[in-house]
Each structure stands twice: as structure tokens, then as C-alpha cells.
Design a protein around this ligand. Structure first.
Ligand code: IMP
Ligand code: MG
Length: 185
């Protein structure tokens, strides 16, 4: 993993660091070890990262795996600012065939559950061997649709977070840590 030489300071719209870069790195390594163990000796593994939010988590998690795998991405949208529309739009589909492969969806955060529920249902129609989920952050207070998480990084309270791939209207996406934002008007 690439280490940043300087840790960017908090800007005035950020309340504080919720999860620092080192804690994220260690947890991602733990998840990778667990995934390696669970898929050992099984068939082909296809990792599907959900753009854009999960691009950094996907990059770090896949580089920590020893199990052979193929990486693909899918792009969806359901949010404007910090409001979910509950209406998931498919912006870009995967390119890899899922038939007879174990599919692991890598998502940044489980909020209402609409996105992951949509993805799991869609992928199950494509004849994979299995569909599992790895989610960096879980906000249990916000769940609307029940979704099973197989690998969870951290459970967080109902606050808007940015960094490590997550954004607010495209801001703060590449911070190396996860920060909590002040509520936006
Ligand atoms: P869900 O469909 O409501 O579960 O929402 C999942 C998507 O909403 C995630 O993939 C994120 O892109 C976005 N999201 C939800 N909460 C946050 C947050 O606190 N910060 C940034 N993005 C979020
Ligand atoms: Mg997302």
C-alpha cells in the first residue's frame, strides 16, 4: 500500500477523523486474510468493485489477497448530495462473465441497502456459483432493505462520512482517512 508522505489536514467542513489510515489498512488486511481462507480451493473468484465509492477499498483489498482473482467494476448511482433517491441507476455494467464464478461485491458503505440489494438480485440472475458482499462501512441505523454482509470493515453511527473513496458531491474522495462531516444545509 502506498503511504502518503503528508496527512491532509481537516478542512472546516469536516468534524473530525472517524477512522485513521493505519486502522483502515490493518482492517483491510484482516478482511483479505478471511477472504483468502474462505475461498481457498474453491473455483474462480470475480471481485466486483462498486464505483466510484469503493475504488480505493477495492484496490487495497485485492492487492492484499493471495487467492487468485479477476477484478471488474460496476457503476451505480442513487444519491444526490447526501439524499438517497432509493432509485438505483445502472451507469456502467460489468464486463466479465459471472457464470460458474464466485462473485464478491466490494462496496464502500451499506446505508439504506437499496444499492446492494439491487446488485445481489441482478448478479444472481447471471448464474454465478455464489454472490457475497464485502462492505467497508456499515450504518445499521439507516438500513431500510435487509442485506447480508459477509465481510464488514467497520460499523459506524448515522453520520455522513468522506474519504478513502467516499465523497460529498465529489469532494474529499481521496483523503487517506475516513472523516465525519458537519451536517450540510
Ligand atoms: P444505499 O443504497 O443507501 O445502501 O447507499 C449506498 C451508497 O450511498 C454508497 O455506495 C455510497 O455511495 C452512498 N453513501 C451512503 N452513505 C454515505 C456516506 O456517509 N458518505 C458517502 N457516501 C455515502
Ligand atoms: Mg457507493
Amino acid at each position: 500500500m502506498t503511504a502518503s508522505l503528508t496527512i491532509p489536514a481537516l478542512t472546516e467542513d469536516l468534524k473530525g477523523v472517524l477512522i485513521d489510515a493505519d486502522t483502515i489498512r490493518k482492517r483491510v488486511a484482516d478482511l483479505a486474510r478471511q477472504i483468502d481462507k474462505d475461498y481457498e480451493g474453491k473455483g474462480e473468484l470475480l471481485i466486483v468493485g462498486v464505483l466510484k465509492g469503493a475504488f480505493i477499498f477495492t484496490a487495497d483489498l485485492t492487492r492484499a489477497l493471495t487467492k487468485e482473482h479477476v477484478v471488474d467494476f460496476i457503476a451505480l448511482s442513487s444519491y444526490t448530495g447526501d439524499k438517497t433517491t432509493g432509485n438505483v441507476r445502472l451507469l456502467m455494467d460489468t464486463r466479465q462473465n459471472m457464470e460458474n464464478k464466485h462473485v464478491l461485491i466490494v462496496e464502500d458503505i451499506l446505508d439504506s441497502g437499496y444499492t446492494l440489494d439491487y446488485l445481489i438480485r441482478t448478479f444472481k440472475t447471471r448464474k454465478p456459483l455464489s454472490v457475497k458482499t464485502a462492505v467497508l462501512l456499515d450504518k445499521p441505523d439507516r438500513h431500510i432493505v435487509p442485506v447480508e454482509i459477509d465481510y464488514c470493515g467497520f460499523t459506524i453511527p448515522d453520520v455522513w462520512v468522506v474519504g478513502y473513496g467516499l465523497d460529498y458531491n465529489e469532494k474529499h474522495r481521496t483523503l487517506p482517512y475516513i472523516a465525519e462531516m458537519y451536517p450540510q444545509k
